[in-house]
Write a protein that binds this ligand. Structure first.
Ligand code: ATP
Ligand code: MG
Length: 203
């Protein structure tokens, strides 16, 4: 073991927002991660086809959003792989990249982890990396306990974050109806969205 700990933050990031950034930073601090890699999905298996913005828009917004944090990186790994992006394949690729000495932490919102048994090869996935499930203070963990059973304490750590109910879909909806998106995401990302005229058709 080289003692390295690396966080993987997977998502569509369409667009990236403060919910993602606060979660990644809290995970880094609480779990002593050397870095957190944001991995925008290539072709997300669980999202409607065609409704997701071009990879490079999502990648560039993630780069803009993470530019001020020296511990954050953005990966094009899922773009380079053809076919659907499955978390198990992504984690396997990172394990090959960093080697067995690095402990991997996959960071998700509690909502996403509740769907884990619908993902590809969930058992392998839970064996390969530790999960950090972000919840808001007061969130009912009972559901998570019930679903994960014996895996719960072994493979999943809960992270309490102060984040509000910011979501990419809400931000896209606001843009479509000309409502303000200020203070929900970094200014540079807001400027990029306006400049590139993203989400105006409600996609
Ligand atoms: P959408 O509304 O399109 O589903 P989203 O805001 O959920 O977008 P994703 O890119 O789907 O963003 O999420 C990536 C990861 O970030 C997921 O694990 C998700 O649970 C987590 N996440 C999203 N929003 C928040 C938030 N406000 N606080 C904490 N985690 C979040
Ligand atoms: Mg989501």
């Amino acid at each position: 073991m080289n003692g390295q700990r690396v966080g993987i933050m997977g998502g569509t990031f369409d667009p990236v927002h403060y919910g993602h950034l606060v979660t990644a930073e809290a995970a880094r601090e609480q779990f002593g991660l050397q870095s957190v890699v944001f991995v925008p999905s290539g072709r997300p298996p669980h999202k409607r086809q065609g409704g997701v913005s071009n990879f490079w828009h999502r990648y560039l917004m993630a780069v803009l959003a993470t530019a001020t944090n020296p511990f954050f990186e953005v990966s094009i790994l899922e773009y380079q792989r053809s076919g659907c992006s499955y978390t198990v394949d992504t984690v396997r690729a990172f394990r090959d990249l960093y080697g067995a000495g690095t402990e991997l932490f996959f960071i998700t919102g509690a909502d996403a982890i509740l769907e884990i048994f619908g993902w590809k090869q969930p058992e392998e996935l839970l064996a390969m990396c530790r999960f950090i499930a972000a919840t808001r203070p007061g969130y009912d963990l009972g559901q998570l306990h019930a679903l994960l059973g014996e895996y719960f304490s072994g493979a999943v750590s809960v992270l309490e974050i102060p984040v509000l109910s910011i979501s990419s879909s809400d931000i896209r909806g606001r843009i479509k109806r000309n409502a303000s998106i200020k203070y929900l995401l970094p200014e540079a990302v807001e400027a990029y969205i306006i400049k590139s005229r993203l989400y105006q058709d409600g996609s």
